[in-house]
Design a protein around this ligand. Structure first.
Ligand code: ADP
Length: 452
């Protein structure tokens, strides 16, 4: 087992990983930017190293600084968390070249799944349904329009290197295609350094269903359970649940088998997520694979009673997967709300500043993954996630009620948060009945206006 793990991240996920390491009797190293001196991950880690000025490209994204910090402190492994360098093949490669274990898949595995256009082709060759679309990236607008017409409108143009809902544009009809294609390419180049895009059929009312997988170095891959992440704003997840209210055991097994087939094919090691769209007729289509731990991993932990981060660390150290789902049946229902420092009634504009009062909800079945405290200043440089509020209930009804009351008693003052908005979404009859698809929030424009 590792002796000392460096966490190449900040915020709640850095704390989450530190906790898992400590429970495994592994020492920890925090890295931080000059804006994060007062962060709790710095306080709770056994060792800490400042890696540069606030902008992430000068700190959390600077591979040489992070490797130097690991060497300086004698860390034998690095956990990348999510975001930042978590899906950088160059980072995974540099870690290995420096004799430090990257807690995650190999650079080659990240590369094969990281480019969405090539991942689609790979998966399609394994007889896993993919959304109808172009074979790989297309560069010529006329050729792309021809492909779009063959697929049938509406279509979505997506960045091959995309993530976080960026670099995507929908074209409802041929007349709108050229502009959408150009916009997607520009956005992709600006956000990911590559203008490569591909074209896919745009499904009208799909649900976003993803399968958690875990692979070990002994060739074993397990699927755990699905998460339903259909509550989205601008293709970004806001609320996630497990299990999905529309996935039965038969569908779960079928989707799980596809997810395992794709991951096993590349000898995948570590935690990963295979994302699908599920249409109204019950057909599902592979969308992409994320080769890291996800923000929403706690809902899976709540319904399986299984620590995914500890498992990531254990399999990276060469141990076999402990997880055995057949002996580990799903228990109850879990819901996660992402609480952000944003103004929901002003287009979700970020609201950095100092938290003047903080009191998290508690009680049975309530979990808060957060790095904030009263007196903490939310810096303007990073994402605006303040806390993940996760609840578990024996039934979906119990989980819903628990979430409603937990949101009501969550006190965060000094910065504007999305709590009032989340409260209204949770209380919406369609969310309660589980009848939501990825366009749900787009239709419910009333939710984006302050309550009368
Ligand atoms: P990212 O990697 O940026 O998160 P994804 O490929 O996971 O992008 O897609 C994010 C979301 O965008 C999906 O959950 C879904 O809501 C929407 N989306 C993506 N592709 C399609 C599609 N073909 N049809 C309808 N919606 C889509």
């Amino acid at each position: 087992m590792f002796k000392k793990v460096l966490i190449a991240n900040r915020g709640e996920i850095a704390l989450r990983v530190i906790r898992a390491c400590h429970e495994l009797d592994i020492e920890t190293v925090a890295v931080y930017s000059e804006a994060d001196r007062e962060c709790l991950h710095v306080r709770f880690a056994d060792d800490d190293v400042c890696i540069g000025p606030p902008p992430s490209r000068l700190s959390y994204l600077r591979i040489p600084s992070i490797i130097a910090a690991a060497e300086l402190t004698g860390a034998d492994a690095i956990h990348p968390g999510y975001g930042f360098l978590a899906e950088s093949p160059a980072f995974a490669e540099t870690c290995e070249a420096s004799g430090i274990t990257f807690i995650g898949p190999t650079a080659e595995q990240i590369r094969r799944m990281g480019d969405k256009a090539t991942a689609r082709e790979l998966v399609a060759s394994l007889d896993i349904p993919v959304v109808p679309g172009s074979d790989g990236a297309i560069h010529d607008p006329d050729e792309a329009l021809k492909v779009a017409k063959d697929i049938g409108f509406p279509v979505i143009i997506k960045a091959s290197a995309g993530g976080g809902g960026k670099g995507m544009r929908v074209a409802q009809e041929p007349a709108a295609f050229a502009q959408a294609f150009q916009l997607a390419r520009n956005e992709a180049l600006a956000a990911f350094g590559s203008a490569d895009v591909y074209v896919e059929k745009f499904l009208e009312r799909p649900r976003h269903i993803e399968i958690q997988v875990m692979g070990d170095r002994h060739g074993r891959v397990m699927h755990v359970c699905e998460r339903d992440c259909s509550v989205q704003r601008r293709h970004q997840k806001l609320i996630e649940v497990a299990p999905s209210p529309v996935v039965d055991q038969e569908l779960r097994e079928r989707m799980g088998a596809c997810a395992v087939r794709a991951t096993q094919h590349i000898g995948y090691v570590g935690a990963g997520t295979v994302e699908f769209l599920l249409d109204e007729t019950g057909h599902f289509y592979f969308m992409e694979m994320n080769t890291r731990i996800q923000v929403e991993h706690p809902v899976t932990e709540m319904v399986t009673n299984f620590d995914l981060v500890k498992e990531q660390i254990r399999v990276a150290a060469g141990e076999p997967i402990m997880l055995n789902l057949s002996g580990n049946r799903l228990r109850g229902h879990a819901i996660e709300c992402r609480v952000n420092a944003e103004d929901p009634y002003r287009n979700f504009q970020p609201s950095p500043g100092t938290i003047t009062a903080y009191h998290p909800p508690g009680g049975p079945g309530v979990r808060v993954d957060t790095h904030v405290y009263a007196g903490y200043t939310v810096p303007p440089y990073y994402d605006s996630l303040l806390a993940k509020l996760i609840v578990h209930g024996n039934t979906r009804q119990e989980a819903l009620s628990r979430m409603r009351h937990a949101l009501d008693s969550f006190i965060i003052e000094g910065v504007t948060t999305t709590i009032p908005f989340l409260r209204r979404v949770i209380a919406h009859p369609d969310f309660e009945s589980g009848q939501v698809d990825t366009k749900f929030l787009e239709r419910e424009t009333g939710l984006f206006k302050p309550a009368a």
